[in-house]
Design a binder for this molecule. Structure first.
Ligand code: GLA
Length: 730
């Protein structure tokens, strides 16, 4: 055989072997586990003290020998353990002063946990490692899962009390992510408030701890359980090393971003330790939420695209067979609580003319719900507003070719409700203490088995009796006075965990019983958006603020962590929220960057608006697969200038859509050119404009032209906007 052919065969064989490498590998000689995704790897090992040690997280290394081995360094008396060893799951015990993953009080008063490796098991893309305290039968089972295509790895822990006595967990974290030791890292995270969610914040990481958390019972509008850290604070949208992560939990959570005195940046995440005390009787266990992490050296844009892909392929309920989100109409902003059959029929008729596919009736249809002071808890149809129940309205909506959806807020109760009159003790409260109301409502104790069964029962009946294909599941206030007087004091703080688990369980059971049901998670807008709820709902309500210019920033931040497909955007009437009047086209294009809904009072829309809306909905249907299932490129950020531009590229690369928005023109300055991304340089693309705003008219352009020469648009004045659709000519 000639030498060249032989080399070729050898090279192929090596390539095949490399490709066939399992995603999780154990090297017994070095006691190292390697977890590999397509482009990244994560390594951990056991050192000579039997401690489980983090070794590497970053770009995939070529050879197994490239990974370090676990070793503990000898330290000076004042050196803490974490200065010497990056422990994968440190208990609070010994000379450890950094944020621990586990803190326990045992019945005999011992408050010291030192965990050592016991055993492990590799199962496909998963790895499980068992740790045990040096004295007590307190076990921690750590589980990692590799998601090769999205370059994401998840970790979670199960803490088991196998001792003969009860104990209390004071901290139970999912795990800790270590970055390569060094300084100069920068943290990105999402903060906000009601009507101003998911604003991107960036700041340098310094020695000490930065805590991101929720103490509110739900995920919160204020902070979101997502982070990204870039090296030297130098990553951009399309370049630079970025480590990112997110927790899958919709209750009290905490991320501690810490830089130790040894220049070690570590991110610990899991249940919030604030007011946390979780008792475990002998034989009991607690599983933490999953903590997902990923890495890319292609900047924040790629970090987001990886997360979006991960959510679509691994998290969302339709992960096995993705479905496109329908265009919906929602009655809230049009009617508020004043819903009735005739009014909803009228709106439905107008919505159907626009091409709406799902008609959702919001708040006001049940109990004595005429304003926000009464009715929550009474999930039966209001007989004055709907004398023949919901069936005639649903039949009408269906006859117009739309599915029917309904708003519910199952976790809440008004003092003025039959449910409260029957079960005042079902509310979260401390005996004999004030019960704070928010929006005139209180929180039902979903941790209680009887409350859980009651709520499941009423929702199950509602769905069984009516052809409801979609529910918007709302939660319009945070916890306060989080007592659970029916159980002993030592058990009461379980409420933080049990509440969320039971909400999850109700949703899971409803979905199992009503397989065609789809759900939107809402909590006064974006108060419950996280990777835990997203395993159970198709979409989330991004913000109660539907004002299109404010939405530029809210949606931009949202897109760092969450896929456009789950981001619900409505077109509503103006002026809205800030008294601003943006043109209907601007509002439509802003909404078309996610999943579209219409929320205005269609009865008042003039013919010209109805015509434009009809065209925009038709256009959206042509591009929604690209927006919802494709790759997002953030080209111009609303945080940085007066132009926002986003591009979406379909999975097969055949269609691209560009949206551009000028917020406000100053000094007669023309907007900057926009450079597209991700196209094939040598292929031609047919350009379809929705208006005549391209400065240089062209019917086609090459990928190279679009990406390197860029496109300029005649955008001027305030709130001007445009969009183009590119179809690749093969
Ligand atoms: C919350 C939601 C709104 C609407 C109202 C109804 O504020 O975020 O979209 O459903 O409740 O009361």
């Amino acid at each position: 055989m000639p030498m060249r052919t032989c080399c070729l065969i050898l090279a192929c064989a090596i390539a095949v072997t490399a490709a066939a490498q399992p995603a999780v590998r154990y090297q017994p000689k070095t006691k190292v586990w390697v977890l590999e995704t397509e482009h990244t790897s994560y390594a951990l090992g056991v050192n000579e003290r039997n401690e489980l040690q983090h070794l590497y997280w970053g770009k995939k290394l070529a050879r197994d020998e490239d990974y370090p081995q676990a070793r503990s360094a000898a330290g000076f008396a004042f050196e803490a353990r974490e200065g010497l060893t990056s422990e994968e799951y440190p208990g609070w015990g010994g000379m450890r002063y950094a944020e621990p993953c586990l803190k326990v009080t045992l019945e005999d008063g011992v408050r010291d946990v030192v965990l050592k490796y016991v055993s492990h098991q590799v199962r496909g893309d998963g790895l499980e490692i068992r740790l045990k305290d040096v004295n007590y039968d307190l076990f921690v089972e750590l589980a990692w899962r590799v998601y090769p295509r999205s370059d994401v790895i998840s970790k979670r822990a199960t803490i088991r009390n196998q001792t003969k006595s009860p104990l209390a967990l004071e901290s139970a974290q999912s795990g800790v992510w270590y970055l390569p030791a060094g300084e100069g890292y920068r943290l990105s995270y999402l903060s906000g408030r009601w009507a101003g969610e998911t604003q991107l914040v960036r700041e340098p990481i310094h020695p000490g701890i930065k805590v991101l958390e929720s103490r509110r019972g739900n995920t919160s509008h204020q902070l979101n359980p997502w982070f990204a850290i870039d090296a030297e604070g130098s990553a951009g949208e399309e370049h630079g090393r970025v480590w990112f992560g997110a927790l899958g939990w919709s209750g009290n959570w905490r991320l501690s971003i810490e830089q130790t005195s040894h220049q070690q940046v570590r991110v610990t995440g899991g249940f919030n330790t604030f007011d946390f005390a979780y008792p475990l009787k002998p034989g009991e266990s607690l599983e933490t939420p999953p903590f997902y992490g990923g890495f890319t050296d292609l900047g924040f844009g790629e970090a987001s695209r990886l997360l979006h892909r991960f959510e679509r392929a691994e998290i969302l309920p339709d992960r096995a067979a993705p479905r496109l989100r329908p265009v919906l109409y929602n009655s809230w902003e049009a009617t508020e609580f004043h819903v009735n059959e005739e009014g909803q029929r009228q709106l439905a008729g107008r919505a159907a003319k626009l091409g709406v596919e799902l008609f959702v009736m919001d708040d006001g249809w049940f109990g004595q719900r005429n304003d926000d002071k009464a009715g929550l808890g009474d999930w039966f149809v209001n007989p004055q507003k709907f004398p023949s129940g919901l069936k005639p309205l649903i039949a009408h909506v269906n006859s117009l070719g739309m599915k029917f959806g309904l708003w519910v807020e199952p976790e809440m109760i008004n003092r003025n409700s039959d449910l409260f009159r029957a079960h005042p003790d079902w509310v979260i409260h401390f005996s004999g203490r004030p019960q704070t109301e928010g929006r005139n409502q209180m929180v039902l104790n979903m941790a209680r088995a009887d409350v859980k069964e009651h709520i499941f029962g009423v929702l199950d009946r509602l769905l069984a009796e009516n052809d409801i294909k979609f529910i918007k599941w709302d939660m319009n206030r945070y916890f306060s006075e989080p007592g659970w007087p029916a159980v002993p004091a030592a058990e009461q703080r379980k409420i933080w965990v049990a509440y969320v688990r039971n909400v999850y369980e109700i949703i899971d059971r409803l979905r199992a019983r009503h397989p065609s049901l789809e759900i939107e998670s809402c909590s006064g807008g974006g108060g419950r958006v996280d990777l835990g709820i997203l395993q159970r709902v198709e979409q989330v309500w991004t913000s109660d603020n539907t004002e299109a210019f404010d939405r530029m920033r809210i949606q931009d931040g949202f897109s760092f962590a969450y896929a456009p497909k789950v981001m619900m955007d409505w077109i509503t009437d103006v002026p809205n929220m800030n008294g601003r009047t943006t043109p209907l086209k601007f509002r439509f294009l802003a909404a078309m960057m996610g999943s579209v809904g219409i929320g205005g009072n269609l009865n008042k829309w003039p013919d010209a608006d109805m015509d434009l809306a009809k065209k925009m909905v038709a256009l959206y249907k042509e591009i929604r697969a690209t927006v919802q299932q494709g790759s997002l490129y953030r080209l111009c950020s609303p945080r940085e200038g007066s132009l926002t531009a986003n591009q979406y590229l379909s999975e097969d690369g055949k269609q691209a859509v560009l949206f551009a928005f000028l917020h406000s023109q100053q000094f007669r300055r023309p907007p900057p050119a926009i450079y597209l991304r991700g196209l094939d340089e040598r292929k031609l693309y047919r350009i379809r404009t929705i208006d005549d705003k391209m400065t240089e008219k062209r019917e086609t352009a090459s990928g190279a032209f679009l990406m390197h020469r860029g496109l300029s648009f005649r955008l001027g004045g305030d709130f001007d906007s445009t969009a183009i659709v590119l179809e690749r000519l093969d």
